[in-house]
Design a protein around this ligand. Structure first.
Ligand code: ADP
Ligand code: MG
Length: 336
């Protein structure tokens, strides 16, 4: 066959498979957009594990009506100047999420920036865009993705059962809610309210999302090394679990699943937790952006620290010190 250029819709469908491999990935991208828009409140409503429907409502700065068509175009972004690839403070920056979701699913965006008379709505289905039109709506953005992967049956085949997809999507919201305690978060899945959290500080948010039992037993931790700051709560060895579910890492405000951080955690507990059991921990790292390369992985969940060894010893050292502290009685100081 001769070489020819692929059609835009085909390119988008291929990209959709890479960026949006399952409902949880769409949930992540849409929530990151809400957070990037400066939302103070994010509501996530899932149906059928997100395969049927994902709805994200935010009160962020919105998208002006005339920019709605651009928002769903590939590599269109308001967040990145070409020359700025090195310094990235927003969560999304590739301009790929919305076109990918719009290629794989039915995507609706309803948005109203402050100062615009009404909301405007645009729809994309399988890559086909229908013209934007005014609709009623409050300030902020509502993104609705329905029938995920209906346009990409090959991808759809790889989805797990709705329950498993729902769990993955719910965990994604859980991790993002941990990363942004300054934002109110509500999560509803198949009509069950899983959490509804006000604006909180970091420790209160961890306590709310790790559950009362874990939160009461967890130990605070704080340490710095050069310009890397570590903080959070860790479980005592006795709080170990059969899975790594109660572990969260937030680096410069992003939830990450970083293998070096996971390994550091395992090493720190190596002598006190039996093999096959997992410690409980909510750790936050803050460091200068230039000490971090977030561009390693398209889903942006793997990291590369400029000083991998330094970060590893910071984490292990701080955990070892916290575990060596006299055990807290888990009781609040009594008011006198
Ligand atoms: P990226 O986030 O990488 O820029 P997306 O495809 O996710 O790419 O979004 C494209 C653009 O649409 C964003 O750059 C932003 O300007 C706008 N946008 C998307 N979602 C929202 C939202 N919830 N609130 C405000 N603007 C949004
Ligand atoms: Mg984005």
């Amino acid at each position: 066959m001769p070489i020819r250029r692929l059609a835009e819709t085909t390119i988008n469908r291929i990209a959709a498979g890479e960026v949006i491999e399952r409902p949880a990935a769409a949930v992540k991208e849409l929530i990151e957009n809400a957070l990037d828009a400066g939302a103070k409140r994010v509501e996530v409503i899932l149906a059928g594990g997100g395969i049927e429907r994902i709805e994200i409502i935010d009160d962020g700065h919105g998208i002006p009506a005339e920019e709605l068509p651009l928002a769903i175009e590939r590599h269109a972004t308001s967040k990145l100047q070409d020359e700025a690839l090195v310094q990235i403070s927003t969560l999304g920056f590739r301009g790929e999420a919305l076109p990918s979701i719009g290629a794989a699913a039915k995507l609706t965006l309803i948005s109203r920036p402050a100062g615009q008379d009404s909301a405007w709505r645009i729809d994309v289905a399988g890559g086909a865009i229908s013209p934007a039109r005014p609709v009623p709506g409050t300030k902020g953005t509502r993104a609705i993705a329905e029938d995920l992967f209906y346009a990409t049956p090959a991808r759809r085949k790889f989805l797990r059962a709705p329950r498993a997809e729902a769990e993955a999507a719910e965990r994604t919201v859980w991790r993002l809610a941990l990363s942004a305690p300054h934002v109110a978060f509500r999560l509803v899945s198949d009509e069950r309210v899983l959490f509804d959290l006000p604006v909180q500080d970091d420790l209160a948010r961890i306590a709310a999302l790790f559950g009362r039992e874990a939160a009461n037993a967890m130990l605070p931790l704080e340490a710095t090394r050069d310009d890397v700051r570590l903080s959070g709560l860790i479980g005592p060895a006795s709080l170990n679990r059969a899975t790594a579910r109660l572990q969260s890492f937030v680096v410069n405000g992003r939830p990450v699943l970083d293998s070096m951080l996971k390994l550091s955690l395992r090493l720190a507990y190596r002598d006190v937790i039996p093999t096959g059991r997992f410690p409980v921990a909510a750790l936050r790292l803050d460091l200068p952006d230039e000490a971090l390369d977030v561009n390693v992985h398209p889903a942006k969940s793997e990291l590369r620290f400029a000083d991998q060894n330094g970060v590893r010893s910071l984490v292990i050292g701080a955990i070892n010190r916290a575990l060596a502290q006299p055990v807290s009685l888990g009781t609040a100081p009594t008011a006198t």
